[in-house]
Structure formats: structure tokens, C-alpha cells
Design a protein around this ligand. Structure first.
Ligand code: ATP
Ligand code: MG
Length: 417
């Protein structure tokens, strides 16, 4: 047990960590260009925040949270998602009283007690994007586009935007009743989850992944047909701005999202080859959430992207960049007296921007050469007693095997050629 990480967690090892860094760099670049500010909330919050923010009848709150009492007796929860914490911070720091809209982003871990499987973990990483303070459908379109822009810059294709609107507190209750009426006679044929959920949260039945529940969902009344005038106009706006931005989408009446706080726009971006966990990111509008959590009425829209699923998509498409090439130069001290000057040369090279390494195991020259080769070194700078006296190194080019003597001062310049 001591040597096995907890179920559902991952170690990102040094050979794949550069892919994460590459994706994160692209995200930061895009967020800067789209003028989103980074907000880094804590990783745990008061349990009540998620109960209220995510919703009591959701899977997350009912069975997936990592909740604990701290030594002071408070109930705290490792965040299952980032939105609630950002909303809490937005309210706490009165960001609503500054210029609007407030555009926020965050990358970090989330925690859910789920059954681990491909693309589903107990600790996972989300890139979160949220905009507070605008109801304009153009901002919904921007939020959808920013993720597609990232995918494009990573070289990904084949992602499909599934778009829907689930209405507002005006029109959703009407739809809810219609849906209940439709589902009641079908209940016998549905899975246990759907049966128990039907009266509390009938919209969730529409995205049940059970094979046996699919036909009933396919025949269900469509929420878009029950939208009030305001929601219908808003939905038309989102669609037309997506067209303006050149983002293809597919209206999908079965997209309802698992969290209670959504209003109007909901969307999922799906990469079908990922199989059962093919939603790479998902989000929507939540015009009631800020108020629900104790802030002034403030519209909001955002999404959360699963970094693990995005990286799986990159892998599947063969789009992960080649890893960092080997070290530029390996400084090889011959004997223990050579180590101190080797370290000085090493640190000077590093300061000049080279990726440089040396030997810390007191190896023979022969096995240092072997080690340098394993590290992919382009050059080896050999430092023996003669070289130390002359303040030189013997510089060997690994590809050709040719070597020359160069002074310490000219060493760096020789590496570039
Ligand atoms: P799913 O339908 O896959 O359970 P969800 O509706 O629970 O997803 P959200 O809460 O909307 O997902 O989270 C947004 C994104 O975060 C998901 O699309 C997914 O990429 C990622 N995500 C959510 N839960 C996990 C998890 N347990 N492991 C890995 N990634 C996750
Ligand atoms: Mg889930």
C-alpha cells in the first residue's frame, strides 16, 4: 500500500509532464489574448458551498465528495469542481463592484469519489473559465470558442460542440412538468438511478448513459420547444454568434448537464473516439448561481475542461509534441579533484541557458560517456588534471566523435556551432 498511490489518482512522470506544460502554456497564452484573469482559489472550501452551489440532488453532492471535519470541527470538502470557489471569491472580494464583465480562469485539481476508469479519476485536473456580469449571448459564444481555439492551436480536429438551451426559472418548470408527464408511464423500463431521480430532477434522465434508457430519452419532449421568448431569443443569439465566429456546433436536445445551477445555454464538447468518457469539456450559463451563493444577482457563463481527457485526445490523435531533446552538454570530471571545477563550469553553462549535466556518482570516464549518451548529450566536456592546469576542457562532439581542446571561456560559444 505504501508504494501504491490511492485508487483513481495519477502520477505525471517526467516523460509526460512536458506535454502538460505545453498545454498549460497554450492555455495561458490564450487566456491572456482573450483577457481572462487568473484567480487561484483554495483547494478546499466549506462543504456548504458545494451543497448549495452544485446542488443537493446531484451525483457530486449525493455521493462523490471528499468531505472531512478538520481539527476545529468544521466540515470542509476538497473541491469537486472549481466554479463554486470562483463564485465565492467573486462575492467575497466584491469583484461585482469593479468593471464588468469579470472574466476569470483557473487550472487546478478537482476531487470526486467516482469509480475509476478510462478518463475518470478521483483526482483530476480542470481548466476552468468563467465570465460574470454579462447576459449577452456573444459572451456565451466566446466561452465556447475559446476552448475550440485551444483545440485548434494544439492541432486537434474532430471535436464536436453539442449545444442546447435548458431555459430559465420561467420556462423550465413548465418543461419539467411536461417531462414528468411523459416519463411517468415509462418509469418501469428505466434504470434504478433514473427511477429514483425522476421526481427530483427529471432533466437528468435525458442524459442517462444506460442503453435501456436511451429510447425513452430519444422520444422525450424537447426543451427547446418549451423555451420562453427571452430564452429563445438568447439561444438564437448564441447560435448566430457561433456562426459569426466560425465555430461549428450541433444542437443536441439531450444535453442537460449534471449540475443544478445551469440556465439557458448548456454545451458539451465531445471527442467520440474516447468512448464512454468522451466529453472533454462542458459548461453553460448559470444566471442564478451568484445570487444563490449570497451575492448580488449576477449572470454567469463558463466551462470546465478535463485536462486528462484533453491529453488523452492528443495521444489518440498522435498530436503530443516530441519530448525535450537530450542535454546540450555533459561535463565529465576525471577524478574527485576535478569535480569542483566541473561544477563551476556546469553552473556557468546553465546560467548561459544551456541544458547541462555532470556526474554525481564518481563514475569512470568510460561509464560517464555511456551515461552522457543515455542522456542524449550533444557534447561531452572532459575535465582531467591537464585540462585543469590549462583551464581548458576536451570537448567531444558525440555525433562525430571528433574532439578539440577549448578554454573554459570559449566553451559556451563552441556548443552552438
Ligand atoms: P461526466 O459526464 O464525464 O461524468 P461531468 O458532467 O461530471 O462529466 P463536469 O462536472 O461538467 O463533468 O466537469 C467538466 C469536465 O471535467 C468533464 O467534461 C471532464 O472532462 C472533467 N471531469 C469531470 N469529472 C472527472 C473525473 N472524475 N475524472 C476526470 N475528468 C473529469
Ligand atoms: Mg460526472
Amino acid at each position: 500500500m505504501l508504494t501504491t498511490a490511492p485508487r483513481g489518482t495519477n502520477d505525471v512522470l517526467p516523460d509526460t509532464a512536458p506535454v502538460w506544460g505545453w498545454v498549460e502554456d497554450k492555455i495561458r497564452e490564450i487566456c491572456r489574448q482573450y483577457a481572462y484573469g487568473e484567480l487561484r482559489p483554495p483547494i478546499f472550501e466549506h462543504t456548504e458551498l458545494f451543497k448549495r452551489g452544485v446542488g443537493e440532488t446531484t451525483d457530486i453532492v449525493e455521493k462523490e465528495m471528499y468531505t472531512f471535519n478538520d481539527r476545529g470541527g468544521r466540515s470542509l470538502t476538497l473541491r469537486p469542481e472549481i466554479t463554486a470557489g470562483l463564485v465565492r471569491a467573486f462575492i467575497e472580494h466584491k469583484l461585482y463592484s469593479g468593471p464588468q464583465p469579470v472574466k476569470l480562469t483557473c487550472i487546478g485539481p478537482g476531487f470526486r469519489y467516482e469509480r475509476p476508469q478510462a478518463g475518470r479519476f478521483r483526482q483530476f485536473t480542470q481548466w476552468d473559465v468563467e465570465v460574470f456580469g454579462s447576459q449577452n449571448p456573444a459572451i456565451d459564444a466566446e466561452v465556447i470558442q475559446i476552448g475550440i481555439e485551444l483545440a485548434g492551436r494544439l492541432g486537434l480536429t474532430g471535436l464536436v460542440v453539442h449545444l442546447n438551451s435548458i431555459g430559465c426559472h420561467q420556462c423550465r418548470p413548465v418543461y419539467r412538468e411536461k417531462l414528468l408527464e411523459y416519463y411517468r408511464p415509462h418509469l418501469g423500463g428505466l434504470c434504478e438511478n433514473c427511477r429514483s431521480r425522476c421526481e427530483r430532477n427529471p432533466l437528468r434522465l435525458l442524459d442517462c448513459k444506460e442503453e435501456g434508457c436511451r429510447p425513452a430519452a430519444a422520444g422525450a419532449p424537447r426543451v427547446v420547444e418549451c423555451l420562453c421568448e427571452e430564452c429563445r431569443v438568447h439561444f438564437d443569439g448564441v447560435k448566430s454568434y457561433l456562426e459569426v465566429l466560425g465555430v461549428p456546433y450541433r444542437v443536441d436536445p439531450n444535453i442537460v448537464r449534471g449540475l443544478d445551477y445551469y440556465t439557458k445555454t448548456v454545451f458539451e464538447v465531445i471527442y467520440p473516439p474516447l468512448g464512454a468518457q468522451s466529453t472533454v469539456w462542458a459548461g453553460g450559463r448559470y444566471d442564478g448561481l451568484v445570487e444563490t451563493l449570497g451575492g448580488p444577482p449576477t449572470p454567469g457563463v463558463g466551462f470546465a475542461l478535463g485536462m486528462e481527457r484533453l491529453i488523452m485526445t492528443l495521444d489518440k490523435m498522435g498530436k503530443t509534441p516530441a519530448g525535450d531533446a537530450g542535454v546540450d552538454v555533459f561535463v565529465a570530471p576525471m577524478g574527485s579533484e576535478a569535480l569542483a571545477p566541473a561544477l563551476q563550469i556546469l553552473s556557468a553553462l546553465r546560467r548561459q541557458g544551456y541544458r547541462a549535466e555532470s556526474d554525481y556518482l564518481g563514475r569512470s570516464l568510460k561509464s560517464q560517456m555511456k551515461h552522457a549518451d543515455r542522456l542524449g548529450a550533444r557534447y561531452v566536456a572532459i575535465l582531467g588534471s591537464n585540462e585543469i592546469v590549462n583551464r581548458t576542457v576536451t570537448l567531444r562532439r558525440m555525433a562525430g566523435g571528433d574532439q578539440i581542446e577549448v578554454t573554459w571561456d570559449e566553451l559556451a560559444a563552441r556548443l552552438t556551432s
